[in-house]
Design a protein around this ligand. Structure first.
Ligand SMILES: [Cu+2]
Length: 247
């Protein structure tokens, strides 16, 4: 009887501890992925306020047969109607919605001594495949605070480099090449898919957003950050145009 009672007590304690650990784990990962039915859409444009500066040109000092000598900077690209390319639009306070596909193939190419695309989205826990279309030596050097940093050479014969077990937590990671100082890009590690990178005309779209009011953050590497609030209704499209000014 006493042995049985002790066993029971131990079992109850075990269960209690297991539930405690489970609870802590769940509260640590704030975002909950679930199916979204009849969600809304947020679409709009990110525009430059005022007269945009001319696009900067950087001087290439090596591998000029592949890179050229004058390299157009990608740090601030403003299109004809003031649309800003490669700004990031994010729902920052969303707690539940669509999940990210950790098994998706995400590629970042090194082409013409640029990162293509300039901003690449990687699901947290996913793998990044780095390509080397240039056929010259590049190296992938990331600058991060939360995730492990990467510093790997990619010789000209190495067409593919897989980076896994690295981008685990949400963060905007800067990537540079130590061989070509002007090469600069971003890796956006996302735990939810409600981030959009603007197209050449500054447009973006976020779909399947569960109805609610959200804080929207717009970030651009040269122009900084602007925060807006947006209300999303079931099955409806909400328009959000945001202007960013020079800092
Ligand atoms: Cu390089």
């Amino acid at each position: 009887m006493s042995i049985c009672g002790r066993n029971l007590k131990g079992w109850v304690w075990g269960l209690f501890l297991a539930l405690l650990v489970l609870g802590l784990t769940m509260s640590a990962s704030a975002y909950q992925a679930e199916e979204v039915k009849n969600g809304g859409t947020i679409t709009g444009k990110i525009l430059f306020k005022g007269t945009p500066p001319p696009r900067e040109t950087l001087k290439a000092s090596k591998d000029t047969e592949v890179c050229g000598t004058e390299v157009p900077s990608e740090a601030l690209v403003v299109g004809e109607n003031k649309g800003i390319q490669w700004a990031i639009v994010s729902l920052v306070d969303i707690k539940k919605g669509k999940g990210v596909d950790k098994k998706a193939t995400v590629e970042l190419d090194q082409k013409g001594c640029h990162y293509v695309p300039h901003v690449v989205k990687v699901p947290a826990g996913g793998t990044l495949t780095v390509l080397n279309s240039d056929g010259i030596l590049h190296n992938i050097h990331t600058y991060s605070k939360v995730n492990k940093s990467v510093n790997k050479a990619q010789p000209k014969f190495r067409k593919k480099l897989l980076i896994d077990n690295t981008f685990k937590d949400p963060e905007l990671v800067s990537v540079k090449c130590d061989a070509h100082a002007w090469m600069s890009g971003y890796i956006l590690v996302e735990e939810h898919p409600y981030h959009a990178v603007t197209k050449a005309d500054g447009s973006f779209s976020l779909s399947d957003v569960p109805p609610g009011t959200y804080k929207v953050e717009v970030w651009q590497e040269k122009l900084g950050k602007v925060t807006k609030e947006v209300k999303v209704e079931a099955g409806k499209a909400t328009t959000l145009d945001v202007e960013l000014a020079a800092m």
